[in-house]
Ligand binder design. Structure first.
Ligand code: IYR
Length: 230
């Protein structure tokens, strides 16, 4: 069988693994520790500066996201990168409609209580303040140039892994992010001009933190609470 997808070879073809780097145990431990500290200082930010961010940095980080593993290597994601102020305004208006509905009517008290320590509400100025909004879409299938529809696999998992890579890359480059999930967010297809076979998963807000940005005083679980060794 030959694959219809140009980025996957049809018959198995193998090439030597030349990109792997191993490290001596000591160095491995230091690298693991350093990377933990690099990631542990990442904080989700809800107050953004409007200072512009170089597009080349965003492009490079998107390339990193695109290196993520995915079901059958179908890479079932699309990143719609929004910087136009009019479009950001439209996204904010639509998101705030959904968010008001959520906070004032839809959200059960238990959910609101869970969000209380984060101090979130239906007001989303960051959707206009931040220089970039990256709408992350998952593709249920891939539609070929000739109209053939190819099914994709493990789409939520693949998109989530790529999103993790993207957040990590942006943080590593010195940018702050917020994973925003207005719900429902179908309006993003229309505003970003994306087809119906794509579903928006996350709206990633990207930029520099505002000068006097504050973040909630929350902590991450210790290893003993997040892992068991069997
Ligand atoms: N989408 C809403 C509510 C919200 C839900 C969760 I779960 C969060 O971790 C944060 C917010 C909002 O963005 O305000």
């Amino acid at each position: 069988m030959t694959s219809k997808l140009s980025f996957n070879q049809g018959d198995p073809q193998f090439i030597p693994l030349t990109t792997y780097h191993g490290y001596p145990e000591q160095e491995m431990a230091v690298r693991a520790q350093q990377f933990y500290h690099e990631m542990a200082r990442r904080k989700t930010v809800r107050e953004f500066s409007s200072e512009p961010v170089p597009r080349a940095v965003i492009e490079q980080c998107l390339l990193t996201a695109g290196t993520a593993p995915s079901g059958a290597n179908h890479q079932p994601w699309h990143f719609a990168v929004v910087s136009a102020p009019e479009l950001k305004k439209k996204i904010r208006l639509e998101a705030e409609i959904e968010e008001r509905e959520f906070y004032e009517r839809r959200a059960p008290q238990e959910w609101k209580d869970a969000l209380a320590p984060l101090g979130t509400d239906s007001n989303k100025p960051f959707l206009e303040d931040a220089p970039y909004l990256i709408v992350i879409f998952g593709q249920k299938n891939t539609i070929m140039d000739d109209g053939t529809v190819v099914k994709n696999y493990y789409v939520p998992e693949s998109v989530s892994i790529a999103t993790g890579f993207l957040i990590t890359a942006l943080h590593h480059a010195g940018l702050a992010t917020l994973t925003h999930t207005p719900s429902p967010m179908g309006f993003l297809n229309q505003l970003a001009g994306r087809p119906e076979n794509e579903k928006p998963y996350i709206l990633l807000v990207v930029g520099y933190p505002a000068a006097h940005c504050v973040v909630p005083n929350i902590r991450k679980k210790p290893l003993s609470e997040i892992a068991t060794f069997l």
